[in-house]
Design a protein around this ligand. Sequence first.
Ligand SMILES: NC(=O)c1ccc[n+]([C@@H]2O[C@H](COP(=O)([O-])OP(=O)(O)OC[C@H]3O[C@@H](n4cnc5c(N)ncnc54)[C@H](OP(=O)(O)O)[C@@H]3O)[C@@H](O)[C@H]2O)c1
Length: 242
Amino acid sequence: MENCVCITGGTKGIGKAVAACLAEAGYNLLLTYSSDSETAQATGNELRLQYGRQVHILQADSSAPSSIEIIYRYLTEQSLRLDAVVFNAGITSRCPFEELALAEWERVFFANVHFPVFLLQRLTGLFNEGGSVVFTGSLMGIQPHSVSLAYGVTKSAVHALVKNLVKFLVPYHIRVNGVAPGFVDTEWQKEKPAEIRRNIENKVASGRFCRPEEVAEVYKMLIENNYFNGEVIVIDGGYSYK
Ligand SMILES: NC(=O)c1ccc[n+]([C@@H]2O[C@H](COP(=O)([O-])OP(=O)(O)OC[C@H]3O[C@@H](n4cnc5c(N)ncnc54)[C@H](OP(=O)(O)O)[C@@H]3O)[C@@H](O)[C@H]2O)c1
């Protein structure tokens, strides 16, 4: 039996930073991704080399229901037990409201909300005593999103899930928390035009985007501090206060 932390969307950005932070602290990892196998393998090699931990890499698209069984089977076949699960993979849709189709709305809901619920339902028996779950929410689940209705609403649902799941996970002794990042400098944000990035920086009291390593420390704290339960921690550099 080997223990690990499973991070969905763990090969880039916030997920990768959480993976590095946890590997440094001594955890083995199972990192999922959806499409970029080259980067995923490179991340695995980098973390193994740097921290000397077991790092499993698994292609499992959170928009596909079949990925639930793929992850469950991988964990059981490899005899992996869970110290924690980080539900980090999330998708968006920038479709204008007038053109938004039901299938597109459901696609975002499936990946961001339904997938973690039903994966968690499958995984409860694989957690170690004292295990926990951390969701990646978003500041945009608190402040209305200016572009994506589906993204903002699903991230609000993620925050609600954190609170509502606490009671249902008590029988399994699993804690559940969330992190609601503001604007973190990952590929997701780097794709934005320079002018939009400047507008964001001007709204943040700290005057800059958050570094992925800064947000990663919050996940580690939520995993390791046994008295956090049902909490969503906002880390936004003072976005709301400027
Ligand atoms: N960056 C921010 O400012 C910010 C702020 C608040 C919340 N968030 C949230 O943080 C999470 C990660 O964002 P990020 O900025 O770190 O993004 P990122 O740098 O683009 O990294 C995304 C990671 O998730 C994987 N991924 C993407 N779609 C997936 C899917 N359908 N199934 C499984 N894995 C998938 C990617 O792998 P592949 O490329 O191989 O698919 C990659 O490993 C998301 O939930 C996002 O909503 C981000």
